[in-house]
Design a binder for this molecule. Structure first.
Ligand code: NAI
Length: 213
């Protein structure tokens, strides 16, 4: 598989994965690109083009085997193995993320929770002990943690991210309201719900009579 797949294609894969997961749950064994396109409101040629980046998976006259395609897209997304995560910042957002069970169902397993507030340290969140930041480095090393989830204010986010990189973290799922531009040795996915809300606002402002997808 080529490493030159555009980020736009990669960003569409989770949506395919989600739809295929739903089809699997509904007991659907195969689907044509036309049917999939109708469900997902993207063109059949877009689906074919996207999947051709990875070798196709479809068969002329048959369409796609839902389970095979689901598993293949899962592998492309790196979901075939479990990932160990730590969450840093056990506040409102951190708690909400920890309580969302779908992440562990997808193989993202929270192993530790950390916070700098000594009043929170020692309490339990979703069966996980909230630990002192002093323990973070050793915890990452001993538990072979790959991914850190940052749900702290922006003030210390960049400094902490740089330390995390030194301590062996390979990827950061960043919710702190700052774009972390780190070295190429670490993968960062910045998530800003407010960006999505502002996009919604734009679309609301410019909405015509057509209903949106
Ligand atoms: P919160 O105040 O409830 O929780 C923040 C937690 O982080 C607190 O428990 C605090 O003790 C801890 N903390 C602060 N600095 C720390 C550090 N250096 N190391 C370890 N722990 C630290 O805040 P809330 O509502 O959970 O929001 C957290 C952050 O996420 C805020 O920066 C907020 O702006 C941001 N946020 C981002 C969203 C997004 O879409 N990206 C959506 C909602 C909030």
């Amino acid at each position: 598989m080529s490493n030159n797949i555009s980020i736009a294609v990669i960003k569409r894969l989770p949506r395919y994965y989600r739809y295929l997961g739903d089809l699997l749950e509904d007991g659907i064994i195969r689907i044509s690109s036309k049917e999939l396109s109708e469900k997902m409101k993207v063109t059949a040629s877009q689906i074919r083009q996207d999947l051709n980046n990875f070798g196709g998976f479809g068969q002329q006259g048959y369409g796609y085997n839902v389970e095979t395609l689901y598993n293949e897209i899962g592998k492309i997304l790196g979901l075939e193995k479990k990932h160990s995560l730590v969450l840093i910042g056990a506040g409102n957002l951190g708690k909400a993320i920890l309580r969302y069970s779908d992440f562990s169902r997808r193989g993202f397993v929270f192993k530790g929770v950390f916070d700098s507030n000594k009043e929170i340290v020692g309490t339990t969140l979703n069966d996980l002990l909230v630990r002192d930041m002093e323990e973070l480095k050793t915890f990452i090393e001993e538990n072979e943690i790959q991914i850190a989830v940052l749900t702290i204010p922006k003030t210390n986010a960049r400094d902490l991210a740089m330390k995390l990189e030194k301590w062996g973290i390979k990827a950061i799922w960043n919710f702190a309201p700052v774009d972390l531009n780190l070295s190429s040795g670490i993968t960062v996915e910045n998530v800003h719900l407010s960006d999505s809300l502002m996009t919604l606002s734009y679309r609301l402002k410019h909405a015509d009579k057509k209903s949106s997808k």
